[in-house]
Each structure stands twice: as structure tokens, then as C-alpha cells.
Design a protein around this ligand. Structure first.
Ligand code: HEC
Length: 152
């Protein structure tokens, strides 16, 4: 445990919040593999809805665009902490072990996903959204090609 964490922990315990915090940590840090897979699924479902806006198949809806892209940007931030090194050998993960030898590159790609989602949220029509959507979708594929094991 780092000194900073110890200090924070002591402060929390002192404030009588230890129990609540333990519960939160158990669900968040308990199973990062499940949590990152669930978060990726949400991102996937958001991208599916966004593809309707990009293609014009769904009527233009600026509020929906903001909602979904903000969700993806939030997921990008959250995902950063869901790849601890001790999950590399988890039998349930499709994450490629290369992630942990290239963690800086992996994190950079997650950050880029967040940046592109934020940029895409500013689109004002299907025409302006489409290139932003494609750029965002490109980050999914390029990261999966490198760091997600192929389905067997
Ligand atoms: C920085 C790399 C990276 C980026 C960017 C990324 N992914 Fe992933 N994704 C992964 C990895 C690694 C896994 C495997 C996670 C695991 O099994 O532990 C994954 C898994 C998934 C899954 C399967 C989840 C499951 O297990 O059911 C979906 C769906 C998915 N990603 C969608 C997306 C979409 C859509 C985007 C783009 C908006 C995206 N991802 C961007 C690395 C990335």
C-alpha cells in the first residue's frame, strides 16, 4: 500500500466511512475482468445506437448524441483502472497479455477513444457526425486488432 493510500484510508476510517467504502471497493475492484467486459458491452451498444445517427437511419437527435458519446467518454476513463496486471492470466479474459508490456500505448488508445467521443458529441447533423463516428469506430478496431485475443 502506498503512503498516500494509507493516509486516505486513515482519513476515511476516521470519518466513520470505512464500511461503505469497503463495499464500494468490493464491487468495483472485486472483479475488474467482469467489469471491463460489461463496460465494453455498454460501449458497443452505444456505438450501435450511434451508427443509426451517423447513417441517417435514425432521425437526428442531438440529445441522444450527447448522452451516448458522453457515456463512451466516461467509459474510457473508467476502463483505464480496470486493467490491473494481475488479471493478465484470468481464464475469462480476452485481453491480450501484450497489454501489460505496452501499458502506456494501451492507455493512450483508451484516452484517444475518450477524446474522439468528446469531439463527436459536438456534431450538429448526420453529415458532420459521420466522419467523427468513423474515427471513433477506428479506435475500437485498431485496439482490438492489437490487444484483444481473437475468438477461438
Ligand atoms: C485501448 C483498447 C481498446 C479500445 C480503444 C476499445 N476496446 Fe473494446 N476491448 C478491448 C479489450 C482488451 C477487450 C477484451 C476485454 C476482456 O475480455 O477482458 C475488449 C472487449 C470488447 C467487447 C467484448 C466485451 C465482452 O467481453 O463481452 C466489446 C463489445 C468491445 N470491446 C467494444 C468496443 C467498442 C465499440 C470500442 C470503440 C468505441 C472499443 N471496444 C474500444 C480493448 C479496447
Amino acid at each position: 500500500m502506498t503512503p498516500t493510500r494509507t493516509v486516505v484510508w486513515t482519513a476515511i476510517a476516521g470519518a466513520g466511512l470505512a464500511l461503505a467504502v469497503t463495499a464500494v471497493q468490493a464491487s468495483a475492484a472485486g472483479n475488474p475482468v467482469e467489469e471491463r467486459q460489461m463496460t465494453m458491452k455498454q460501449v458497443g451498444s452505444a456505438m450501435k445506437d450511434l451508427s443509426g445517427l451517423a447513417s441517417g437511419q435514425a432521425p437526428w437527435d442531438a440529445a441522444k448524441l450527447k448522452d451516448l458519446t458522453n457515456g463512451i467518454a466516461g467509459s474510457a476513463k473508467k476502463l483505464k483502472s480496470l486493467y490491473p496486471a494481475n488479471t493478465a492470466a484470468d481464464p475469462k479474459t480476452s485481453a491480450d497479455p501484450k497489454i501489460w508490456t505496452n501499458k502506456a500505448d494501451f492507455d493512450k488508445r483508451l484516452a484517444e477513444m475518450g477524446t474522439l467521443a468528446a469531439a463527436a458529441s459536438k456534431a450538429t447533423s448526420a453529415e458532420t457526425f459521420k466522419p467523427a463516428f468513423l474515427a471513433l469506430a477506428g479506435t475500437c478496431k485498431s485496439c482490438h486488432d492489437l490487444y484483444r485475443k481473437k475468438k477461438t
